[in-house]
Design a protein around this ligand. Structure first.
Ligand SMILES: NC(=O)c1ccc[n+]([C@@H]2O[C@H](COP(=O)([O-])OP(=O)(O)OC[C@H]3O[C@@H](n4cnc5c(N)ncnc54)[C@H](OP(=O)(O)O)[C@@H]3O)[C@@H](O)[C@H]2O)c1
Length: 269
């Protein structure tokens, strides 16, 4: 079994540590958590997820997979020690938003790099991750990374790295769109005189039930919408307002805006 090191143990780094352990893809002895400062390292030790270090050094040679989960703006702080510690066989898995394979490879002087874009439901094993790899990564290494990433949910391999911008816009930012829609439904319920807890329960349970209906029904989304929209009825009145205000269009435009921003950010780095 190979060893795994995780550099940057915040939300994502800890999600990976817990998920890899949960699915027995690594043991505590073979998992190294690397924190920036001694305080954070002390807290990580208390969690007992694996070995803990506050140094990036050549002990990393031993680690088959090195996960890079610091914030993009902190990448510069790991470049020097990491590039000195890497050996050609190490597979680097970066989840840093907007940092391309070319930038990673150039900065680290390393060829074997995978870039992934997860989303927050990964914390519950219900995420979705799009990932792409530099051309030097072989199929065996891709399948190792795929197995690791799918401990946090579903995965999709993208031959074309530029599609990660669309993944970022759709599933990376997607949870926020979903929460925003629910929040506005709840607000409407409250304005209509419902208790907040009642409005929240109605909106959340409706989304949960509708999600399962969508997944289990053979019907297309348009048919599922029609099934709730009788002529002259309430849903039709709601959809008339959606059309009037261009809700569908603005949702699509918002996703496009996120994709454009993802592209700008990766071009700027
Ligand atoms: N959260 C998401 O849903 C999500 C989705 C897709 C991609 N990502 C990507 O995942 C990465 C991590 O995001 P996050 O939400 O997990 O951020 P986070 O909670 O802030 O975690 C980042 C961690 O990196 C540590 N760190 C910074 N510099 C370091 C260094 N030189 N050596 C070791 N550790 C260092 C930070 O320590 P301190 O706290 O001590 O500074 C912090 O614990 C980001 O690049 C983000 O773009 C996140």
């Amino acid at each position: 079994m190979f060893k795994i090191a995780i550099i940057g143990c915040g939300n994502m780094g800890l999600t990976y540590a817990r998920s890899f352990l949960q699915f027995n893809l690594v043991t505590r002895e073979n998992l190294m958590l690397i924190a920036k400062d001694k305080n954070h390292a002390r807290n990580l030790r208390k969690m007992d997820l694996g070995k803990v270090s506050s140094k990036i050094d050549n002990k990393l040679n031993d680690y088959g997979v090195i996960v890079l989960s610091v914030k993009p703006q902190d990448f510069s702080s790991v470049i020097e020690p990491l590039s000195k510690s890497l050996q050609p066989h190490n597979v680097v898995l970066s989840v840093m938003a907007g940092i391309t394979l070319e930038t990673l490879s150039g900065a680290l002087g390393h060829e074997i790099i995978v870039r992934a874009m997860p989303n927050t439901p990964s914390q519950l094993g219900m995420g979705v991750t799009g990932f792409s790899a530099s051309t030097s990564v072989n199929i065996h290494q891709i399948s190792i990374i795929d197995n690791l990433l799918n401990t946090t949910g579903r995965t999709i391999f993208l031959e074309d790295e530029s599609q990660i911008d669309a993944v970022t816009a759709l599933s990376g930012s997607g949870p926020a769109y979903f929460f925003y829609i629910i929040k506005n439904m709840i607000d409407a319920g409250i304005e209509m005189g419902l208790e907040e807890s009642v409005a929240a329960m109605l909106a959340k349970q409706t989304m949960l039930g509708s999600f399962h209906l969508m997944n289990q029904s053979p019907k297309k989304l348009e048919e599922l919408i029609s099934a709730v929209s009788s002529k002259g009825g309430t849903t039709e009145a709601a959809f008339r307002k959606f059309k009037e205000r261009g809700f569908g269009e603005s949702l699509k435009e918002a996703v496009w805006a996120a994709q454009k921003r993802a592209r700008e950010l990766s071009e700027a780095k």
